[in-house]
Design a protein around this ligand. Structure first.
Ligand code: AHR
Length: 503
């Protein structure tokens, strides 16, 4: 059995884990909003039409800030359509997903839902087909207490207190040729700078996210960040990163190492942002909002799911309804490890997405809601990763991947909350056939004991939770864990994700 060794010392910290790293993303896409979070005829629906079973699962997931309303959707969105009396709201084409948007759920309804799940709102403005004026209008409508036509309109629409939205995204994936209003880095950088300056003039307390690359594999990656930040460095607080991973051509070994790609992505964007900081001579540091990340079988959407036809614009079609396996959940948990490992610079992140659409939560109309395999790494990490992310010393065997070369068999991150006297360790074993015995030097934690030990693994790495078998996969207690003489030992099964809570 391969062995690995980890040393944890709470004196060596990377940075505080920001709660915003456990954010989510709700886009008007497929059955996310309609038939997902909102289904007035469902047996559990509350007076506002929201499914109470979904609300409970979102609360259990532990999501902080939620980005809304897109995604690609936002680049064709007219926010005014989504407020005011419901029977007067227009039905519109959603060009991004070839669907019809009824606008039955809009800004007010979504904010009501957020109150139920206990999450904060992060809004994206449309800089694809609209511009600074419309962004300003939405900001005034949302954040101004009163005294103007737009703020009064919000009050008349039933919301006396301002929404007080703190984080705003300046468009979405403007580097992507699929994006409505896609632009060059130079053109987008200029528009984003103008919009940001104007929005701050209205409300200086807001935090702004400028669009980075849609993936580290875009042909403009790196140069996009440099040019966009050169235009906007002093106007914004964050640059976004988006990344999706999938198993391609049966290459599970490379897929399991996806976090290696995410690490490189983050570190390259940090280097680029710091390069621009030096060039423009700024005191400020730009951090990363990793506001779309997940496992997504994008090739299936491109080849199978795509909707077409001038007379075919369905409402809430089944789109991007990936069903996740144990292997997907292990990669997903590893992506969370990567985000936390970079806690000093990744201070906001949004899991894309939450319900039905590449989601940890699935629903059937009139039927049950259930947890996908990816639900568990998110809910457990969000609950246990508190305090400071720690710098670790990890010695592990390596294996060869087609995509990323030689990579470690084991990956890990740890957090320490001095006030609570708790630590947490998150681990993956990427081996497809061998368990790994891990020894963790925890002497520096003092007299620690194991409070929780969860492992997600299965003899069938492609096992999934489905409507027919919604509880097929769940984490189990790892009974192999022992502590003796300042050392913890644990067996990590092949293709597994593990979380330990020590106190
Ligand atoms: O999350 C699905 C889509 O992925 C989003 O709409 C877009 O921003 C990204 O390409």
């Amino acid at each position: 059995m391969p062995t690995a060794r980890l040393t944890i010392d709470p004196h060596f910290t990377v940075g505080r884990v920001d709660r915003n790293v456990f954010g989510g993303f709700v886009e008007h896409l497929g059955r996310h909003v309609y038939d997902g979070i909102y289904e007035p005829t469902h047996p559990t629906a509350d007076a506002d039409g929201f499914r109470a079973d979904v609300v409970e699962l979102v609360k259990e997931l532990g999501v902080s800030t939620i980005r809304y309303p897109g995604g690609n959707f936002v680049s064709g969105f007219r926010w005014e359509d989504s407020v005011g009396p419901r029977d007067e709201r227009p039905r519109r084409l959603d060009l991004a997903w070839h669907s019809t948007e009824t606008n039955e759920v809009g800004l007010h309804e979504f904010a009501t839902w957020l109150d139920k799940v206990g999450s904060d709102l992060m809004l994206a403005v449309n800089l694809g087909t609209r511009g600074t004026l419309e962004a300003l209008d939405l900001l005034e409508y949302a954040n101004l207490p009163g005294g103007t036509a737009l703020s009064q309109r919000r009050i008349d629409n039933g919301r006396t207190d301002a929404f007080g939205v703190k984080m705003w995204c300046l468009g979405n994936e403007m580097d992507g040729p699929w994006q409505l209003g896609h632009r060059s880095a130079d053109d987008y950088g200029k528009i984003a700078s103008q919009a940001a300056k104007a929005m701050r003039q209205l409300d200086p307390s807001i935090e702004l996210v400028v669009c980075g690359s849609s993936s580290a594999h875009m042909p403009t990656f790196g140069e996009w960040e440099r040019v966009v930040l050169t235009h906007t460095y002093d106007d914004v607080d964050y640059i976004s990163c988006h990344a999706y991973y999938e198993e391609k051509d049966g290459d599970l070994g490379s897929f399991l190492a996806s976090a290696v790609d995410m690490d490189g992505f983050i570190e390259t964007v940090v280097a680029t942002a710091d390069h621009v900081k030096a060039v423009v001579g700024s005191e400020k540091t730009i951090n990363i909002s990793f506001d779309e990340w997940n496992v997504w079988y994008l090739s299936r959407f491109q080849n199978v799911d795509r909707i077409e036809g001038l007379d075919n614009w369905p409402v809430a079609p089944r789109l991007l309804e990936d069903v996740y396996s144990v292997a997907d959940a292990v990669v997903f948990g590893n992506l969370m490890i990567s985000l936390i490992r970079h806690a000093d610079r990744v201070t906001s992140a949004s899991l894309a997405q939450l319900v039905n659409v590449i989601a940890p939560i699935m629903t059937e109309p009139g039927g049950p809601a259930w947890r996908q395999t990816t639900f568990f790494p998110f809910s457990i990490t969000s609950r246990l990763a508190q305090g400071e992310a720690l710098e670790l010393k990890l010695d592990a065997p390596t294996y060869r991947t087609a995509e990323y070369g030689e990579v470690p068999l084991v990956d890990a991150v740890a957090t320490h909350d001095a006030d609570a006297g708790r630590s947490a360790v998150f681990l993956v074993n990427r081996s497809q056939d061998e368990a790994v015995t891990l020894t963790v030097d925890i002497a520096a934690l003092g007299d620690a004991s194991v409070l929780e030990a969860h492992t997600l693994a299965d003899d069938d790495v492609y096992a999934k939770n489905t409507l027919a078998e919604p509880e097929r996969v769940a984490p189990r207690r790892n009974d192999s864990v022992r502590i003796e003489g300042g050392e913890l030992t644990i067996t990590l099964p092949p293709v597994s994700w593990t979380a330990l809570s020590l106190g």
